[in-house]
Design a protein around this ligand. Sequence first.
Ligand code: IPE
Ligand code: IPE
Ligand code: MG
Length: 256
Amino acid sequence: MLYVVVSIGCDKVAFWKKQKTQKNKVLPVHIGIIMDGNGRWAKKRGLPRSAGHKAGADNFRKIAKYCSKIGIKYLTVYAFSTENWRRPSDEVDFLMRLFKQYLEESLRDFKEENIRVIFIGDRNAFSEDLQTRINEVEASSKICTGMVLNIAMNYGGRSEILKAVKSISEDVKESKLSIEDITEQTLSDKMYTYNQPDPDLIIRPSGEFRTSNFLIWQSAYSEYLFLDTLWPDFKPVDLEKALDKYALRNRRFGGI
Ligand code: IPE
Ligand code: IPE
Ligand code: MG
């Protein structure tokens, strides 16, 4: 077991060093973005918070397409957390309507760009109508072979880990798995992001220095970048700057 963990660690370091010596900029394989600051963006302009969410949603579309264009393989965006239900009901209702509208319009664009859309999070809390659309979008997007776009909606890292633990416990109870055979990989395989590499880079605009429950299992060795820019103002040029900074990071994964 120890050998497996150590050897995975070494592979990662070797892969990173090899990439570093290549001429082109080292691109993250998987980027996570915490799309924060919509409300403050609107407030600065004397607009209702809903206008900020609309601007944020438009920006999400642009940045997702840009990531796909430059060759990012996986993008995970945080759109609605398990804690965001605490907001006033009119804001939550507006966000749900916005998601529905997006499922109808914008996500069609992604199909044209060959982007595969996956929803991560507990979708059971959404209206039946929204759930049906989520399922439809995912099903129709299965044939896409380009960038994988994970949209985190009603997502929380802790609830994801809890779900994994419960599922593993069931497997043990039904004798499908013995406790000795539970590894880190067993847990990774139970996450919404199973079969996907962990995020290399996580960007949080809006000036907050916290993760707010985003990909907490998967981000053990992610590089973080916290920016003051508010999400609707985050442009492809800001992403390029973020990628430049990422390329200069020295990732060691516990090695030297
Ligand atoms: C992020 O922007 C969008 C969601 C969490 C749904 P916010 O709405 O949190 O914007 P701020 O942080 O209040 O500016
Ligand atoms: C994180 O932003 C969640 C999303 C961007 C979807 P929040 O605005 O909810 O985070 P906190 O409350 O500032 O930590
Ligand atoms: Mg916020």
